[in-house]
Structures are given as structure tokens and as C-alpha cells.
Design a protein around this ligand. Structure first.
Ligand SMILES: Cc1cc2nc3c(=O)[nH]c(=O)nc-3n(C[C@H](O)[C@H](O)[C@H](O)COP(=O)(O)OP(=O)(O)OC[C@H]3O[C@@H](n4cnc5c(N)ncnc54)[C@H](O)[C@@H]3O)c2cc1C
Length: 271
């Protein structure tokens, strides 16, 4: 883990719908590109008047020392009636040549079993962010990748050219406006026979439903999930991001963000 200044190479809006806009930021950050593992994240300092850094996953890295981030700027207000998206909106205003204060890479990352030949990745909404890096890593290890990417409607899914080229990608929307008409977790059972592991990133609700649905799967496969809880420091000091697991309290920023789905006591999780 390092604290460093990364230089913004580009920062483009890639999709927009009434509740949010997604941006793809390319950073010149050779150390981050070299050291990051799929599922790890960075803590980004977003302006001088935003005290807490924002955790954002590494979306992709290149051999030429670039680290890419895919982030959502949420619109509207939270339950306390505070405007959402303060930090990420600031990020979206950065232009080519800006410097960004970054701490990372942080967290444990996804673990591909050494014996795995085929894996199933499951993304809910912006949960696609860490899974592209994971897909590309797995493909480089000659592992077959099936990627299920779901969202409420078609305009919330990434454009075709942003999915990993050599993965089999299956799209799903709740309203059927793009891809299959289904909740993405409902597609999982038809692929289970063909894969060794399931690795997912999405919302708390998606994981709670998934942990329930797994009880009736025809075959059992190990499932890892990456949790997006609210974080304070991001480096293990404040315990604000702790979740209750079968091994006791664990910090999402240190012991996570990736956990075995069966280790989390979902009744206790309030993200
Ligand atoms: C390990 C990890 C990886 C993540 N990776 C990505 C990613 O690659 N792309 C992406 O768009 N989002 C990602 N998130 C969620 C992202 O951190 C929040 O959406 C973001 O911090 C919200 O900040 P804001 O300034 O937009 O919103 P604000 O409304 O200003 O946020 C207020 C506070 O709430 C926290 N917060 C709000 N929503 C979330 C959330 N859903 N998850 C966690 N903290 C939240 C913020 O960090 C901040 O401390 C990740 C979260 C975690 C924990």
C-alpha cells in the first residue's frame, strides 16, 4: 500500500440515467498498475473539503502503467436528506493532467482457486467495476470466464465495447429492455454445472437474495462476494466498516472487501 499522486489521463462519462452517471477514469499510476490484484481498491482524496476518502475499485490495469477506475456519481438525496455524490461528483470534474491523491492498493481481492478452469462472474449495476479486472486476469491464466451483468434497465448497463473482449458476456435487465428479462442472480443456476467458482459484486440486497437462493441450487459451488459498505479510513484503523462473520467481526477494508458468502451473517449486515 502506498500514498501517491496519480495523474489523470482521461475522465469520460460512459453512461447516464436519471439517478446516476458513470465515468471511466484512466490514471497514470505505474505502482498501482503493477501491484493491484482484482478486487482491491483505492482510497481517493476528493477535494480539500471532503474529509473521508472514497473507496473505488481498480477496474483495469495496463502493462504501460495505467490504472482505470469506473465510478458512479449518484444524484438525489440520502435518507438523512443530504445531497449524494459529493466526492464522486468532484472526481468527475477532474481533467487530463490533474493530480489525484491515492492510497492503495487496499484489501484482499478475489481469490481464484488454483484448480479453477472456468469461473462465473456476476455483476449487479456498478458491481461490474472490479469484475472486468478479474475477468482479464482469469483469461490471462487461460481460465474460461462467463460474465453475467445485470441492471434494472438497459440504459444502466455498460456499452458493449466496455465488457472484457474474451469473456462470454450475458446481459440481464429487470424490465427486459436489454439482454434477458431476469434478475441477474436468477441466471446463475443454468451456468453452475460448467464453472468451478462464482465471484460477485453488487448490492447488499443482491447478496442477501443470493445467499437465500443458493439453498435451492442444484449443485453447490463456492461463492465470493465483494462488499460495498461505508468506509471511514479504509486502512484498518477505525473499524467503521466492520461486518459480523462466522469468524467474528471483520473489517471490510482489511479482511475484505471479498468474503466467502457463507461466512457473512447476513441478518446482521446493514450496509
Ligand atoms: C471496497 C469498495 C469498492 C468500491 N468500488 C466502487 C467502484 O469501483 N465504483 C463505484 O462507483 N463505487 C464503488 N464503491 C462505492 C463508492 O465508494 C461509493 O459509492 C462512494 O464512496 C460514494 O461517494 P460519493 O461521494 O459519491 O457519495 P456521498 O453521498 O458524498 O458519500 C457519503 C459517504 O458515504 C459513503 N458511501 C456512500 N455510498 C456508498 C456505497 N454504496 N458504498 C460505500 N460507501 C458509500 C462514501 O464513501 C462517503 O463516506 C466501492 C465501495 C467499496 C467499499
Amino acid at each position: 500500500m502506498k500514498q501517491l499522486k496519480a495523474v489523470v489521463l482521461s475522465n469520460e462519462q460512459v453512461l447516464s440515467y436519471p439517478g446516476a452517471e458513470y465515468f471511466l477514469m484512466r490514471l497514470e499510476a505505474p505502482e498501482i498498475a503493477q501491484e493491484s490484484k482484482p478486487g482491491q481498491f483505492l482510497m481517493l482524496k476528493c477535494s480539500n473539503d471532503t474529509i473521508l476518502r472514497r473507496p473505488i475499485s481498480v477496474h483495469a490495469v495496463t502493462n504501460s502503467g495505467e490504472a482505470h477506475l469506473l465510478y458512479a456519481v449518484q444524484n438525489g438525496f440520502d435518507l438523512e436528506n443530504t445531497a449524494r455524490g459529493k466526492g464522486t461528483r468532484w472526481l468527475s470534474g477532474l481533467t487530463k493532467g490533474s493530480e489525484l491523491d491515492v492510497i492503495g492498493p487496499l484489501g484482499n481481492g478475489f481469490k481464484i482457486e488454483p484448480s479453477a478452469k472456468s469461473i462465473l462472474l456476476v455483476a449487479g449495476g456498478i458491481g461490474i467495476a472490479p469484475l472486468k479486472f478479474l475477468a482479464e486476469k482469469a483469461i490471462s491464466m487461460n481460465i474460461n470466464v462467463i460474465l453475467l451483468s445485470g441492471a434494472r434497465t438497459g440504459i444502466r448497463l455498460l456499452p458493449e465495447n466496455m465488457f472484457p473482449a474474451r469473456a462470454t458476456t450475458v446481459l440481464a435487465t429487470d424490465d427486459g429492455s436489454r439482454g434477458k428479462k431476469a434478475a441477474v442472480i436468477d441466471l446463475i443456476p443454468e451456468y453452475l454445472e460448467r464453472v468451478d467458482q462464482v465471484l460477485a459484486c453488487g448490492t447488499e440486497d443482491m447478496f442477501k437474495a443470493l445467499s437465500h437462493r443458493m439453498e435451492s441450487w442444484p449443485v453447490t459451488k463456492p461463492v465470493q462476494v465483494s462488499l460495498e459498505v461505508r468506509m471511514g479510513c479504509g486502512v484498518g484503523a477505525c473499524y467503521a466498516c466492520s461486518v459480523i462473520t462466522r469468524q467474528g467481526k471483520q473489517r471490510v477494508c482489511q479482511e475484505g472487501p471479498v468474503f466467502n458468502i457463507r461466512d457473512i451473517i447476513w441478518q446482521e449486515v446493514r450496509i
